[in-house]
Design a protein around this ligand. Structure first.
Ligand code: PHE
Length: 376
């Protein structure tokens, strides 16, 4: 405020109401009196603030670091004669504390009452849509398969993704130097530890841990040195099944898996084709009729009319004996399937990679479709 500048009368009044003008070199008495006056004015100004924004303006006016009115008292304090400074200092500190407390008190009051100046918020603006997550299509398929097998008396088992060669291959009757153990097909971690290439090692772990009768379903992630292409992923889910008891035959295998397929795919024809796995004998691949073309042949089923859903077979006696189960007394069957592939054929998804891209646009669409709701 420069002297000589004409002021509007209202501005003069406002200035006089809010400011305490300290002479250039006050004496002790002036300092003490004026500091007291400042405390009163500041407290009144804080109490009069009707919003946090107004309170903040008042805080800057009185307590501001640079130009706050209290600051000028601090400067004046340093200019007082030495003998006056202790008393003036005490007054300064008392005033400072009083003003700060008045500020804090009002701040709490205003915050509690939720008062604030009219803000720019527009209460009529529509709320932001809540972002709701959903289960991944592969997770939904796994849960559905688990549910069907639970009804048939199976429990869930899991095992480690980092396995030893023995669990992944040796215990499952793979002859030493089987090509599946090749560096080109299996991801080795260190020594004979590798990323499991299938969930079958959990068959061995289950047989080691529990005595028959056994009925377990084993979901889990497996790894292979495959390129990511429309029908392969280097890491994918598998679901293994294992049933061991006295008197179990191939009839049980066919009946159980057919029942599963009918539940999961609806009443579509199924078929078993001879196959080979070192850990099952005999072995069979199971197909279900292509749901897209109804068996006539299309791109999805590669013109065959059938879609392969799993590999299976009677558990090889060598697998039972590897864990000390008496293969004369007990027999059983096992299967392994890839829920991602099943999700593809069930939902007509043309490329397996979309299941792993985490593209929210695809996932939102899938979630909406699977739950029967239109995407929001
Ligand atoms: N482990 C086999 C695979 O990954 C599948 C399978 C499991 C076959 C159990 C027969 C019995 O291809």
């Amino acid at each position: 405020m420069t002297a000589g500048l004409p002021l509007r009368p209202s501005a003069v009044k406002e200035f006089a109401m809010t400011s305490v003008i300290l002479p250039q070199n006050p004496n002790l008495q002036e300092f003490v009196d004026l500091a007291g006056a400042l405390a009163t004015k500041a407290s009144n100004a804080f109490a009069a603030a009707s919003s946090l924004e107004e309170l903040e303006e008042a805080r800057i006016e009185y307590l501001g670091d640079q130009r706050g009115q209290l600051r000028s008292f601090q400067v004046a304090l340093g200019r007082l004669p030495k003998e006056d400074r202790p008393q003036a200092g005490r007054q300064f500190n008392a005033v400072k504390q009083q003003i700060s407390e008045a500020y804090e008190t009002r701040k709490l009051e205003l915050a509690a009452s939720g008062a604030s100046a009219p803000t720019l918020a527009d209460p009529t603006m529509p709320a932001r849509r809540q972002w709701r997550g959903a289960k991944h299509p592969v997770t939904l398929v796994i849960e559905e398969i688990e549910g069907i097998f639970r009804e048939l008396g199976f429990t869930i088992a899991t095992g480690p993704e980092a396995e030893t060669e023995w669990y992944n291959f040796g215990s499952l009757n793979f002859p030493p130097n089987h090509p599946a153990m090749d560096l080109h097909d299996t991801l080795y971690l260190r020594g004979d530890v590798l990323l499991r290439t299938h969930t079958s090692p959990v068959q061995t772990r289950t047989l080691q841990r529990y005595a028959p009768p056994i009925r377990v379903l084993i979901p889990g992630r497996v790894y292979r040195r495959d390129f990511f292409d429309p029908s392969h992923a280097p890491a994918f889910e598998q679901i293994e099944g294992l049933c061991i008891d006295e008197g179990i035959s191939f009839v049980d295998l066919k009946a159980t898996l057919t029942r599963f397929a009918n539940r999961f795919f609806g009443k579509r024809p199924t078929r078993f084709r001879p196959s080979f796995f070192p850990f099952t004998e005999p072995s069979a691949e199971m197909d279900v009729q292509c749901g897209v073309c109804g068996g006539a042949g299309c791109a999805v089923c590669k013109q065959t009319g059938w879609v392969e859903i799993l590999g299976s077979g009677m558990v090889h006696p060598a697998v039972l004996e590897a864990t000390g189960v008496d293969s004369e007394r007990y027999t059983g069957w096992a299967f392994g399937m890839g829920p991602a592939r099943i999700a593809l054929s069930r939902y007509g998804i043309p490329d397996i990679r979309v299941l792993y891209d985490s593209d929210v646009r695809f996932l939102e669409q899938a979630a909406a479709q699977l739950s029967g709701k239109a995407p929001e």
